[in-house]
Design a protein around this ligand. Structure first.
Ligand code: GDP
Length: 298
């Protein structure tokens, strides 16, 4: 029983050490192992295909052919290619030249947006910012209240629809929130938007309207790592419907191997910027492509 890709490749290449050349069938065997490992990590099939083809191509190069330990060399290449797709270095939030910086969160209901808003607020405070959390999820009855509680816990200011004013218009709330932030010197505004359990044209339009009203400096697509291959379909729908600049992967404390990170990054060309790994406010970090690469290969 081989657990990691490292074990699998070592077994595949057993006896090759010092042989000096990988045959086509050695490379085929390695490609098969790589394919299985990526599928087990829940990487989407088209991404697996393209990735394996790229590694196979590199494995035929003289550099690998003549290496002393081909298994290790192929593994290094896999690692390098994974990190390259995941974006190399973690990207920082782009701050607006004139505050406030507006960050908009979009994603399906249950993805972890509200929780993330609190985590981001705490993290931003740690970086010396004065965030304002804005409730524009007026769809789910308890969402406004939930965000207010999260804001309090994170020690962040909060802005929501005026009480007793009916359901309210999320675009109007967002617009007023930015004006309020300017007035009260909150330098970062985090806008939480509504999501449905499935992709929904009306809510997608609502998010697009909020985007047009407040022109976010960063729109972050929030996605649950546990949804695995479905992440690609959802990401594509949000890219087409709202557009986004970066990705936040949530629920990485679950047993997902993280293939969603690779698939979403590859298919959308947007980097994963943050990782959420628990329900507590501190269960949050900037995303580390190298750590994710080893998680996918594990
Ligand atoms: P939203 O509908 O996108 O705003 O999602 P919520 O923030 O309300 O999160 C939905 C559920 O997932 C809640 O029960 C959260 O406590 C939980 N949750 C959010 N982020 C994480 C995470 O990183 N790990 C775990 N285990 N649970 C999370």
């Amino acid at each position: 029983m081989f657990n990691t890709l490292q074990d699998r490749l070592s077994a595949t290449f057993k006896g090759l050490r010092g042989k000096g050349r990988l045959s086509d069938s050695d490379i085929d065997a390695a490609a098969r192992e790589l394919r299985v490992a990526l599928l087990e990590a829940d990487v989407a099939l088209p991404v697996v295909r393209e990735f394996v083809a790229a590694v196979r191509e590199r494995a035929k190069s003289p550099e690998v052919q003549q290496s002393v330990n081909p298994a290790q060399r192929v593994l290094d290449i896999v690692n390098e290619e994974l990190i390259a797709i995941l974006g190399g270095e973690a990207r920082r939030i782009r701050l607006a030249k004139t505050p406030p910086t507006v960050i908009m969160l979009a994603g399906l209901q249950g993805a972890g947006k509200t929780t993330l808003a609190g985590k981001l607020a705490r993290w931003l405070r740690g970086q010396g910012h004065q965030p304002l959390l804005v409730a524009c999820d007026l769809q789910r009855p308890n969402a406004v209240n939930q965000l207010q509680i999260v804001a309090e816990r994170a020690g962040s200011a909060f802005f929501g629809p005026e009480p007793g004013n009916g359901v309210g218009d999320p675009v109007d709330v967002a617009r007023r929130a930015v004006a309020y932030a300017r007035e009260k010197q909150h330098d970062v505004v985090v806008v939480d938007t509504a999501g449905r359990l499935g992709i929904d044209a009306e809510l997608m339009q609502q998010a697009a309207d909020i985007r047009d009203a407040v022109k976010p400096d960063e729109t972050l697509f929030v996605v649950d790592a546990m949804i695995g291959q479905d992440a690609v379909v959802t990401a594509q729908a949000f890219l087409d419907g709202v557009g986004f600049d970066g990705v936040v992967l949530t629920k990485l404390d679950g047993d997902a191997r993280g293939g969603a990170a690779l698939s979403v990054a590859k298919v959308t060309g947007r980097q994963v910027m943050f990782a959420s790994n628990g329900e507590k406010l501190d269960d949050f970090d900037v995303f580390h492509p190298d750590r994710m690469a080893s998680r996918i290969l594990d």
